[in-house]
Design a protein around this ligand. Structure first.
Ligand SMILES: [Zn+2]
Ligand SMILES: [Zn+2]
Length: 263
């Protein structure tokens, strides 16, 4: 991964150490688009990963969630999340605010660890925030939701999907959504495959044929408290993911005020 340093630099003083503020800012932005690190995490996800270690499905006030992005980040830090993505519907605004919050927080709290561990996997960057979005699309005549991760939000292919409304026409086709996310350097994931009119068997096969990267296997179809993935559905999605060599992801799909619950 190439890391660029802006010419304009500012410094902050943290105890006896003077830190370069520009470096963490650039690094967190690179980390947010680090697809290989995210793939590695997805390969380790299991039924207990969410909601205390990872969470890859969250909504903020930038779509239909109740939490401000800053509040999501504060909860993420308090929970001790290792990694997360805010996946607002057709918006990247929540991520951007969370990213700014994280930059400030890292500078204030973790700069020394962070600068020491700025390797490829960014082990010092906790929580690791990736870019995220949730996009409505048509798959086999059924409306489905496709999650995008680790993409470059400034890439032109993403523009139709970050307008705070569902895409139309050709842009609405699942094939286009998947291709756009991947062209922007990201991973495309079929969200909650048991929530649609068609069967997950058909939809996961069709999505796999379109080259989707993964499927959201660990998802709570009811509203359990404490949150836990629905066992029967998870098992079936895991089997289909294995059949089609898809990554499996987890998330609470939080819309309310608590990252540990769906509502
Ligand atoms: Zn959804
Ligand atoms: Zn959602």
């Amino acid at each position: 991964m190439q890391i660029r340093y802006p010419r304009k630099r500012s410094t902050i003083h943290n105890g006896s150490m003077t830190l370069n503020l520009a470096e963490p800012l650039t690094l967190t932005r690179s980390a947010a688009q680090n697809k290989s690190a995210l793939k590695k995490v997805f390969q380790t996800i299991h039924s207990n990963s969410c909601p205390l270690t990872y969470n890859f499905h969250l909504h903020s006030t930038f779509s239909d969630g109740q939490l401000k992005p800053e509040e999501i980040m504060i909860q993420a830090v308090n929970i001790g999340l290792q990694g997360l993505a805010i996946t607002d519907h057709h918006s990247i605004g929540g991520y951007q605010v969370a990213q700014q919050w994280l930059d400030r927080w890292l500078c204030q709290n973790q700069s020394q660890n962070y600068l020491r561990d700025q390797g490829e996997a960014n082990p010092g960057l906790k929580p690791h925030l990736w870019t995220g979005v949730e996009i409505n699309s048509d798959l086999m005549g059924t409306e489905v939701h496709i999650l995008g991760y680790a993409f470059n939000p400034g890439h032109p292919s993403m523009s139709p999907y970050l307008q705070r409304q569902a895409p139309k026409g050709r842009d609405y086709q699942a094939s286009q959504v998947i291709a756009a996310i991947q062209a922007a350097g990201g991973l495309a994931v079929l969200a909650h495959p048991f929530r649609y009119r068609r069967s997950p068997v058909d939809l996961i096969r069709a999505a796999a044929n379109l080259g989707i990267d993964g499927v959201e296997a660990y998802y709570a179809y009811g509203h359990p408290d404490p949150w836990q993935p629905s066992p029967a559905q998870t098992q079936q999605v895991k089997e289909l993911a294995a059949e089609y060599h898809l990554l499996t992801t987890c998330g609470t799909d939080t819309h309310g005020n608590n990252l540990l619950l769906r509502l």
